[in-house]
Write a protein that binds this ligand. Structure first.
Ligand code: AMP
Length: 240
């Protein structure tokens, strides 16, 4: 299954991508994470991207398109993938269409996270992650069960993204409105755009996404054995 998560920064794409990844055993391809890794490793791409990311602007389409094209050819993407943070411009969406067509693949669902942008600054400014396993937390909305200890791996080291501050967030939201929001009609026209309420509690957003993806997973099943897909509706995959 191939899924695109579309929504402004702080909409909850990363949180839900982790759930989709675990549920359907497909990798989460976050272009933001890839770029942050490139910056941390001091690669040429990282050197080019660093200042742009810190200003909340978008890295050039050519660089991003090349990164994604290379990533989707990795063996772990054979059964599908989740695109988190890509495409972000019309040029990227068109490049993605070409990449998929060349490989005889298609996107099964585009999930739009609808959010109240005024609430996003608080959401983003308070977030941090475990430095060891990457589990996400928030100062107000999602604290670790034991203060200062990661629920998932027990680490006591946490990190905050450099661009998760009020000033940069404003620029990132502007970039979203100007360059990424135009993708909504692009995908709506294709009939595979599904909208979820990104302001709902995390579990409710997950349930809404599950309701979209579970039936598609049955339809598009091409599991590791590569066996014949079960037909939707015949295997009791009843969903609410
Ligand atoms: P994210 O983690 O998705 O919020 O991305 C963090 C930053 O990485 C963005 O503000 C951009 O500077 C850059 N970035 C991530 N994905 C893309 C993309 N698809 N196109 C251009 N820039 C991107």
């Amino acid at each position: 299954m191939r899924v695109i998560l579309l929504g402004p920064p702080g909409a909850g794409k990363g949180t839900q991508a982790a759930w989709i990844r675990d549920r359907f055993s497909i990798p989460q391809l976050s272009t933001g994470d890839m770029l942050r890794a490139a910056v941390a490793n001091g690669t040429e791409v990282g050197r080019q991207a660093k200042a742009i990311m810190e200003a909340g602007k978008l890295v050039s389409d050519d660089v991003i398109n090349a990164i994604v094209a290379e990533r989707i050819d990795q063996p772990d993407c054979a059964g599908g993938f989740i695109l988190d943070g890509f495409p972000r411009t019309t040029d990227q969406a068109e490049a993605l269409d070409r990449m998929l067509a060349e490989r005889d693949l298609r996107i099964d669902a585009v999930i739009e996270f609808q959010v109240d942008q005024a609430a996003l600054v608080e959401r983003i400014s308070g977030r941090y992650a475990c430095a060891n396993c990457g589990a996400g937390y928030h100062d107000t909305f999602k604290k670790p069960k034991v203060p200062g200890v990661c629920d998932v791996c027990g680490s006591t080291e946490f990190v905050r993204r450099k661009d998760d501050n009020a000033e940069t967030v404003a620029a990132r939201l502007e970039a979203y409105d100007a360059q990424t929001a135009p993708l909504l009609p692009y995908y709506r026209q294709r009939g595979n755009l599904h909208t979820v309420d990104g302001m709902a509690p995390i579990g409710e957003v997950t349930a809404a996404i599950a309701a979209v993806l579970e039936p598609l997973a049955t339809e598009t099943a091409s599991g590791p054995a590569g066996g014949s897909a079960e037909k939707a509706g015949s295997s009791g995959a009843g969903n609410a």
